[in-house]
Design a protein around this ligand. Structure first.
Ligand code: NAP
Ligand code: MG
Length: 501
């Protein structure tokens, strides 16, 4: 490890929070799991147990859904004016900002990411998402629609649509941006007037539990938001299958996304899915070389490569291939890998031992198929779950490392010479989450953007997110969009009202 680990000093706000017994948040109260069981969450920088958390299961999901159902059907929540609802969501954003440092430290402890990133990105983006959605609470509108009705000649009607909350939303989130993914899901659900049962990932429940306390403090009525940590196969599966849940929103692997879909079929609940990716990042020879090299490196290495939209397939025009891949490898070697609590750290550990083994397994698979590493290529140190930032060359489209999502700091680089072939190659994936294009030729950039089968295309930038910008996938990268106005559609039903005049 580059630097020695520094543990958050005992007695400060964060250690006080972390060292607590963590409970489930159901109907406005903190309760033990019905089974009495708990599970451990780990510090991925050391592999040590951080805290014990109540392990929610089918019985707890059932209680949480009952609470969310009652809050939606008969509680005070639905009687609040849109303005009051918006103000409550805004207050939650203020509270997140007031507790920014604590939330960032919890995130770094539980997920491993550098504290400077949690401070600058995860927590402020979560606050901003709630503010953006608070504004929408008063702007969820229908239309008035002129109708003609050929079989009632001469009759007059007033026809209009209402956009109503879909009801109880089940939300299942991953471990890569725990607080932020909770915000992406809760923001539109609360803005539209839904109630929620949220299940955080088993690896990273802590920041979401702290968020639950802030939700209480912001004054949301009991049962509007319920938080049930637990395992995917038990709590998650029960939530996805629950007959009283109207909608399920999931972020995670494509494999589990398909299970969610099957579970949702029982009561045909609405489904939105934000799944995996294997996003192409394309660099043309006419590019600003320094910007493209820095951009290609951060496209893959940001968040330890644990981003569904990571630029994990790098395509570089042949004439500058060596320069670009050598440049990205040089940047990779400069990345300081270590504890997220060191100010010099650029890259923290992967989230879990399982993820470490998964990524190392992919590295071995790449090497056995003939790939070579210009940087990295192995685990970093022997404590914690660190992997060296890796640039793989001598790769081709038939390799597992090029086809499958690795979800770690590993990029495969390939040269191209024919732009037409490049489009076919770039789109040759079961995924379609994001794509990057680096060129000075603005016409070429926008033409290519139109041809990319991906939900987000970044031109001369990468990993630019905003609460107002919809995010989601084509193909097996998902269904529906998060953030922006489009997210509201996932949480509303349209009712047509027709009145004879
Ligand atoms: P995952 O298994 O898809 O987990 C995502 C969420 O789904 C977690 O809350 C998980 O709970 C839950 N879950 C798991 N099985 C479930 C089931 N049968 N029914 C309902 N919910 C279930 O992802 P992972 O295992 O953490 O990571 C594996 C891969 O997923 C990664 O390598 C990456 O490819 C992908 N991933 C994508 C994103 C993204 O942002 N799109 C984020 C993370 C991971 P538990 O954690 O408690 O099991
Ligand atoms: Mg953890």
């Amino acid at each position: 490890m580059a630097t020695a680990l520094k543990i958050v000093p005992p007695g400060n706000t964060v250690s006080n929070f972390v060292s607590r017994t963590h409970k489930l948040f159901i109907n406005g109260k903190w309760v033990e799991a019905a089974s009495g069981r708990t599970f451990a969450t780990y510090n991925p920088a050391t592999g040590e147990v951080l805290a014990q958390v109540a392990e929610g299961d089918r019985a707890d999901i059932d209680l949480a859904v009952k609470a969310a159902r009652a809050a939606f059907d008969t509680g005070p929540w639905r009687k609040l004016s849109p303005s009051e609802r918006g103000r409550m969501i805004w207050k939650l954003a203020d509270l997140i900002e007031e507790n920014l440092e604590e939330l960032a430290e919890i995130e770094t402890l539980d997920n491993g990411k550098p504290l400077k990133i949690a401070r600058a990105a995860d927590v402020p983006l979560a606050a901003d998402l709630f503010r953006y959605m608070a504004g929408w609470a008063t702007k969820i509108e229908g239309n008035t629609i002129p109708i003609s009705v050929p079989y009632t000649p001469g009759a007059q009607y007033l026809a209009y649509t209402l956009r109503e909350p879909v009801g109880v939303a089940g939300q299942i989130i991953p471990w890569n941006f725990p607080l932020l993914m909770a915000a992406w899901k809760l923001g539109p659900a609360l803005a539209t007037g839904c109630t929620v049962v949220l299940k955080p990932a088993e690896q990273t429940p802590l920041s979401v539990l702290r968020l639950g306390e802030l939700i209480q403090e912001a004054g949301f009525p009991d049962g509007v938001v319920n938080i049930v940590p637990g395992y995917g196969e038990t709590a998650g599966a029960a939530l996805a299958a629950h007959p009283k849940v109207d909608k399920i929103a999931f972020t995670g692997s494509t494999e589990v996304g398909k299970l969610i879909l099957q579970a949702a079929a029982g009561n045909l609940k609405k489904v939105s899915l934000e799944l995996g990716g294997k996003s192409p990042n394309v660099v043309f020879a006419d590019v600003d070389l320094d910007a493209a090299i820095a951009g290609a490196a951060s496209a893959i290495f940001f968040n330890q490569g644990q981003c569904c939209c990571a630029g994990s397939r790098l395509y570089v025009e042949k004439s500058i291939f060596d320069k670009v891949v050598d440049g990205v490898a040089a940047q990779a070697k400069k990345i300081n890998v270590g504890s997220g609590f060191e100010s010099s750290t650029d890259m923290g550990p992967l989230v879990s031992e399982e993820q470490l083994n998964r990524v190392c397994g992919y590295l071995e698979s790449g090497f056995s198929e003939g790939a070579t590493a210009l940087s990295g290529g192995s685990r970093h140190g022997d404590k914690g779950y660190f992997v060296k930032p890796t640039v793989l060359v001598n790769t081709n489209e038939s390799m597992k490392v090029v086809q499958e999502e690795i979800f770690g700091p590993v990029v495969t680089a390939m040269p191209f010479s024919d732009p037409e072939e490049l489009i076919t190659q770039a789109n040759d994936s079961i995924y379609g989450l994001a794509a990057g294009i680096w060129t000075r030729d603005i016409k070429k950039a926008h033409r290519l953007a139109a041809q990319m089968r991906a939900g987000t295309v970044w031109i001369n930038c990468y990993n630019i997110f905003d609460a107002a910008l919809p995010f989601g996938g084509y193909k097996q990268s998902g269904w529906g969009r998060e953030m922006g106005k489009d997210a509201l559609e996932m949480y509303t039903e349209v009712k047509a009202v027709c009145s004879a005049l």
